[in-house]
Design a protein around this ligand. Structure first.
Ligand code: AMP
Ligand code: ZN
Length: 112
């Protein structure tokens, strides 16, 4: 079982910020900003490259949850960034699709 599946099954502790039957949001253990959490589907999908047409609904739900949880942080009032690392060139290290939400800092430098 992958590390995020273990978090979903509560076999590994995490600081859970939101959970429903389809997704879980928890704090990143190695935060890169004052706010840094991950939104993860409970269904094990390895990466964005493995998404199928049937997964469109869950992808929309994930972004909605990113927005909902970000709203609970005053640090995100002036904006935040949502990041998905897909595959080797993007540096994906956990092969269970996840979306990073990062906020509370002015990210002046942008890749795009
Ligand atoms: P990525 O490089 O996009 O695959 O991101 C994986 C993220 O998962 C990293 O930011 C890690 O800090 C985070 N991470 C790894 N293990 C855990 C864990 N047990 N609890 C919370 N976050 C984790
Ligand atoms: Zn998994």
């Amino acid at each position: 079982m992958c590390i995020f599946c273990k978090i979903i099954e509560k076999e590994i502790p995490s600081t859970i910020l939101y959970e429903d039957d389809k997704v879980i949001a928890f704090k990143d253990v190695n935060p890169v900003a004052p706010v840094h959490f991950l939104v993860v589907p409970k269904q094990h999908i390895a990466s964005l490259a493995e998404v199928e047409d049937a997964d469109e609904g869950i992808l929309g739900h994930i972004l909605n949850v990113c927005s909902k949880v970000a709203k609970t942080f005053p640090e995100c009032e002036n904006g935040y960034r949502v990041i998905n690392n897909c595959g080797e060139n993007a540096g994906q290290t956990v092969h269970h699709i996840h979306f990073h939400v990062i906020g509370g800092v002015n990210m002046g430098e942008k890749l795009i």
